[in-house]
Design a protein around this ligand. Structure first.
Ligand code: HPA
Length: 238
């Protein structure tokens, strides 16, 4: 048994790939609806990590919670103490481009951030957090196969959901950034530092351009497509 401050599980409790939604109830939903023989392997703070098989491949799903500090903690511990090689965040995002519509899927090739997370590495410039190319290439192939409406590009991992700066989205938009979420950059940096692989696959839950939002049912359906892309990617790279 390995006990870290946030995970209490056997060393081999997790699959090579962990899918990481923000919400613990999503973790439970994936385990119950997609994984065979799913077993709860971690429940510290109710974060709900499950391991089972999908198309014969051992895969885990564990929640991250919201924000860079929390996904930073879980991804660090999974990469460093539990032999996990790939972490794929599957989450929601707000669009800041007209062409990125609600219910579309965004594959985060790069993750800009307004967070200071990279300062710990003491680099003499700015680090560009990027997705794992093998994971991204496979996820794109799976998105094509699923006939999904998807975009690949830069995203913004923001420290604030409620920002006092009402014009900042416009600046990121001008740089071609597709959408805003709150976790990918820390995940990509941890993967880089650990020599592991990470990818964020997102569904657009709301548009910060048009104000359009998805209903709970629509969110569920687009979530299903994103999840299947992630699961099939995990199987292909195992
Ligand atoms: N901002 C940050 N994260 C999000 C948003 C948003 O507007 N929508 C969904 N996740």
């Amino acid at each position: 048994m390995i006990t870290t401050p946030h995970i209490n599980a056997e060393k081999d409790a997790f699959g090579k790939t962990v899918l990481m939604p923000g919400d613990p109830l999503r973790s439970k939903f994936i385990a119950e609806n997609y994984l065979e023989n799913a077993k709860l392997v971690n429940n510290i703070r109710g974060i709900q990590g499950y391991t089972g098989t999908y198309k014969g491949t051992k895969i885990s799903v564990m929640a991250s919670g919201m924000g860079m500090p929390t996904i930073g903690i879980y991804s660090y511990e999974l990469f460093n103490f539990f032999n996990v090689e790939n972490i794929m965040r599957i989450g929601s995002t707000g669009s800041i481009q007209e062409k990125v519509k609600v219910r579309d899927i965004v594959i985060g090739m790069g993750a800009c951030t307004n967070s200071n997370y990279a300062s710990q590495y003491q680099l003499t410039g700015t680090f560009a957090p990027i997705a794992s190319y093998p994971l991204m290439r496979e996820a794109i192939a799976q998105a094509e196969k699923a006939d999904a409406n998807y975009h690949v590009g830069n995203i913004l991992s923001s420290d604030t959901f409620y920002s006092d700066n009402k014009t900042e989205n416009e600046s990121w938009k001008k740089m071609g950034v597709l959408c805003i979420e709150m976790e990918a950059a820390a995940l990509y940096m941890n993967a880089a530092r650990c020599g592991k692989n990470a990818l964020a696959i997102l569904t657009v839950s709301d548009s910060l351009v048009t104000g359009e939002e998805t209903t709970a049912e629509e969110r569920q359906n687009s979530f299903t497509q994103m999840m299947e892309i992630a699961l099939n990617t995990a199987v292909a790279v195992d």
